[in-house]
Design a binder for this molecule. Sequence first.
Ligand SMILES: [Ca+2]
Ligand SMILES: [Ca+2]
Length: 330
Amino acid sequence: MSLILSILMTVSPYLARVYEYMPAPGQFVNAMPVATMDDTPQTMAAKAEAAIANNAGKTVCLGAWGGYIVFGFDHPVVNSGDEYDFRIKGNATYASYAKDTNRKGGASEPGIVMVSYDANGNGLPDDTWYELAGSEYNSPQTIRHYAVTYTRPNGLEDVPWTDNRGGSGVVPRNEFHQQDYYPLWAPDELTFTGSRLAPNAVDEGENGEHSFILYCYDYGYADNHPNKTDGCKFCIRWAVDQNGVPKDLQAIHFVKVYTAVQQVCGWIGETSTEITGAEDLHPDMPLPDTQTDIPWSAQNPERPTKILINGQIHILRGEKVYNAQGALVK
Ligand SMILES: [Ca+2]
Ligand SMILES: [Ca+2]
């Protein structure tokens, strides 16, 4: 490999950008990351990015059902076919005292994962999203086309919500977190849409004590299994379109995660997906041979990115294009 190519090929395996961060209300909202009255969607995305990009390893909380984050890498993540393609880190743990020994459980707060590629080549996540069909995708208990509207309360009160099925509830306040639970930078009504998974918590307490075990779903959700397990790894080949038809994506640029359950566990509070990072598991894998160029309009035009021209991998830096031998092509 030529020197120039080895320099140009340097891509980061880690989540590089947060494009959007819009949590639903929750006990850690406005605290992870910290928000002030002066914040905007842009400044909050930047705070979330500072927390979890480049393997920083801090925590971003998505709040109750529907709250989401959109992030991406500095290169397309290639669909390897058979292998896991990327990992999303959270703070899920297993509890040794869970009573149901047939499945893992502890602090699992599953988030649904969606992916997209930059079909219009503008470098922004404004393209079609595809859900990664996890283990509960076809469960009869999964509610599709679900929607919840949260309303800003007057002052430091429980946050009320209504859904599109006649349901309602609150994100309750607790004694442990004294800040406003409603995102300070959000409009007074927040509506989220998506799929809702069945509640995963079981109260295994005895004699009037509460002990909540949040059982893990098998696979395919963020913040569902601990970071060192395969349970937090994802395959792009799991992608399906809005009708559930598998979508063959050669690579993806963007990932969206949203809290997938709507449940409150007593003093523990609402269940909320947390994200602490993400990683391409094969950052040097070349794009597959294809007639279709996969564009990547990097946010930083000086940052080298892989592109495909006539099925051959090339490196784009600024407006210059190099071939795989490192020679300037144009
Ligand atoms: Ca786009
Ligand atoms: Ca969590």
